[in-house]
Ligand binder design. Structure first.
Ligand code: GTR
Length: 326
């Protein structure tokens, strides 16, 4: 057995420090993502870790468990709330049922452009929505871009509202998204992202909705080649930290985490723009057929969704202020 005396003697002989000084101890934070390595969200969280490590002299490190290694989004959200996972990059949609304020970000055809969405999430409205995560055990470190979501399916191009009728469409686990699909005359089926490819392949669902990078990286374009540009929702991604982990940080470290979150957000958006184009090229090469859609009938059909979800004074005020944001 290696006793302490022998260890010290050995260390002295090798002239190395026998015990690492306490201040050099580092904490590795675990972060979840369903996307694969190299995807903009995964790279942005790695970048967050790099900044954190530099700024805190190695006190904090981040390990990203990509490709859903820690579970699907609904599960990892629970794990984050209870401190099993420290960090999580998720879409805002799976938070909709838990935190109603997040639903406002996914409302159909609300944002006029990606820039409009950035202005909202980067300003006081974004802070207000971020605050709503705290009573549920999470701190928002950044809102990432997720482009616009459009429908794709294995049957035919969606050109008119009538083409949606009776289609079985996979949605995220969010009542808002279920209502949107049903309002269009289709049938919503909520299933986790990791099961969508096989769902499309086996005919469990006819289609789904997402942005180009997710459609491409998940290979769903191989089994659902008709991509119709409805661009019905711009629900952004959100990067959160477990409040239990956050509460252990010193005030100075909290500041560093916030700043690293901002830097990661900017990095993500830059990576996103490039990946969006690259993914579009890949799916076209892979046989996807993309068509434009006259959006007005889709916009009109969404009125019941607003009637159902924008009922409280708080929600009405959020929607009005988003619309007024220039
Ligand atoms: C993607 C998003 C994921 C997940 C996925 C889905 O656009 O980045 O976080 O929400 O969509 O549809 O489940």
């Amino acid at each position: 057995m290696l006793t302490r005396r022998r260890a010290l003697a050995l260390a002295a002989a090798l002239s190395i420090a026998p015990v690492a000084p306490a201040f050099a101890q580092s904490v590795t934070l675990r972060s979840a993502d369903i996307h694969p390595d190299g995807y903009p969200t995964v790279e942005a969280v790695k970048y967050f870790g790099k900044i954190l490590e530099e700024q805190t002299n190695g006190k904090y490190k981040v390990q990203v468990f990509f490709s859903g290694q820690l579970g699907q989004e609904k599960d990892t959200i629970e794990q984050t709330r209870f401190g099993v996972i420290d960090l999580n990059r998720v879409n805002t949609a799976p938070f909709n049922n838990l935190i109603p304020e997040t639903a406002v970000l996914g409302l159909p055809f609300l944002f006029r452009s990606v820039d409009h969405m950035y202005k909202v999430v980067d300003g006081p409205l974004g802070d207000e929505i971020a605050k709503a995560f705290e009573p549920h055990g999470m701190i928002v470190l950044g809102f990432f871009d997720s482009g616009a979501r459009s429908f794709y399916n294995s049957k035919k191009p969606i050109k008119t509202l009538a083409d949606m009728k009776g289609m079985k469409i996979r949605v995220q686990q969010s009542d808002l998204f279920i209502a949107m699909i049903n309002a269009l005359g289709a049938n919503a089926t909520p299933i986790p992202f990791g099961e969508v490819y096989s769902g499309l392949q086996t005919g469990l669902v006819d289609g789904a909705e997402n942005n180009y990078p997710s459609y491409e990286s998940s290979k769903q374009f191989e089994v659902a080649k008709y991509f119709s540009l409805t661009e019905h929702s711009m629900a952004p991604e959100v990067f959160v930290m477990s409040k239990l982990a956050w509460d252990k940080l010193s005030a100075a470290d909290k500041q560093t985490f916030k700043e690293a979150g901002k830097a990661a957000t900017l990095k993500m958006r830059e990576l996103w723009a490039a990946r969006d184009q690259q993914s579009k090229d890949t799916v076209i090469k892979g046989g996807a057929q993309i068509n434009e859609v006259d959006k007005q009938p889709f916009i009109d059909a969404m009125k019941p969704v607003y009637d159902k979800f924008v009922t409280s004074e708080k929600m009405k005020s959020l929607v009005d202020r988003i619309k007024a944001t220039q």
